[in-house]
Design a protein around this ligand. Structure first.
Ligand code: PMP
Length: 373
């Protein structure tokens, strides 16, 4: 027997007893538009091969057979695999105790502020920075302060140390390579911040695998610095954005702090299986990184050849400009089927590095928009 569905009492966000600091806030996220060329969220443009898809599917099927049980809360096997991979990438031997993971590095970074931020404490970053840092701060009732990067998007040690001394931050976010600028940081600067900062220093290396030859990873600084955290993600070079797996390396005591605030069983058995099967196939999944780096360098050269400014990049994207009306350029590209990102200071745009065909489409569209076709 069917009864009429009940009538829902209408309400609006404004009428709900929302936390006051959330009033008027918009959910963060780039437009997800169905256009042919998507170069706006720094994904790896190459999907897994049928062989890797089969491996992931088999691992997920095996996990599915045990889905009546909660997953391994400590995901020890995955942490050991991550330690092995990061050791290979950086030359530093790491153990499972020194690794931690969550659903994307977004969740990892928010957990860091849940553990080390909080009321009465401040997190510090340097603009232009990844826009989620202030949001993790808001979500965890941590204050947020921002210093600034130099005109060429580096960090001036004098300014950084002065800001650290002024703010006494509980957590400093140093991003290397930085999003949205692509700029990597010298280890000397990270060491200076570690010496001066009273709290944790987090180096966000989401794009580390794309760094140019000779650019070091802050992972090598970990043994000497118990307050250092280095975060990474499988969303970018690893071509696993849809799998949602971010991680960090730090002293085992730092990992113990994060284990206090994590929700029980936060990494599903399906996620753990997907990440482990992907790590086992890392040679193939990371196989296009060299090509993407070459395509990035060619894109920087091409943009400069047009007479535009393009920031040096150690990531899989390029920040370029400047345009008196960047929105018009962004829209002109979108009208031609190419989605990029309005990111960075006013006048700048950011393009993620795609396949050669996607980059050709980007170049053709930008030439047309700028009247250079
Ligand atoms: N850090 C930086 C600098 C990023 O650019 C991103 C994603 N764009 C993240 C962290 C979070 O990525 P994810 O949650 O997919 O690991």
């Amino acid at each position: 027997m069917h009864t009429a569905p009940p009538r829902w009492v209408e309400t609006t966000l404004e009428e709900l007893p929302l936390r006051p600091e959330l009033r008027g806030e918009q959910p963060y996220g780039a437009p997800q538009l169905d256009v042919p060329v998507q170069l706006n969220v720094n994904e790896n443009p190459y999907p897994p091969s049928p062989r890797v898809v089969a491996d992931i599917a088999a691992a997920v099927a095996a996990a599915a057979a045990g889905l009546n049980r909660y997953p391994d809360r400590e995901f020890r096997a995955l942490r050991a695999d991550l330690a092995a991979y990061l050791g290979e990438d950086t030359g530093l031997a790491l153990t499972a105790d020194q690794l931690w993971a969550a659903n994307g590095s977004n969740e990892v970074l928010q957990q860091v502020l849940q553990a080390f931020g909080g009321p009465g404490r401040t997190a510090l970053g340097f603009a232009p920075h990844y826009p989620m840092y202030p949001e993790y701060s808001r979500n965890t009732l941590t204050g947020w302060a921002a210093g600034r990067r130099t005109a060429d998007f580096g960090l001036d040690p004098g300014h950084v140390l002065e800001t650290v001394a002024e703010q006494r931050p509980a957590v400093v976010f140093l991003t290397s390579p930085n999003n949205p600028t692509g700029t990597a940081l010298p280890l000397e600067l990270i060491e200076q911040v570690l010496a001066a900062a009273p709290g944790m220093v987090l180096v966000d290396e989401a794009y580390a695998e794309f760094r140019r030859d000779g650019v070091p990873s802050a992972v090598t600084l970990l043994p000497a610095h118990p307050r250092l955290i280095v975060s990474r993600t499988m969303s970018k070079a690893f071509a696993l954005a849809g799998g949602r797996l971010g991680y960090l390396a730090a002293n085992a005591a730092v990992v113990d702090a994060l284990r206090i605030v994590r929700l029980p069983y936060h990494l599903s058995a399906v996620t753990q299986a997907t990440a482990r099967a992907s790590l086992a196939n890392r040679a193939e999944l990371l196989g296009r990184v060299a090509e993407l780096r070459a395509e990035r360098d060619a894109t920087v050269d091409w943009l400069r050849g047009l007479g535009l400014t393009a920031a040096d990049s150690d990531a899989n994207f390029v920040l370029f400009g400047t345009f008196p009306d960047r929105r018009a350029v962004w829209q002109g590209l979108l009208d031609r089927g190419v989605l990029i990102r309005e990111a960075g200071p006013d006048g700048w745009l950011r393009v993620s590095i795609g396949t050669p065909a996607e980059m050709a489409a980007f170049r053709a569209a930008l030439s047309a928009v700028l009247g250079r076709a």
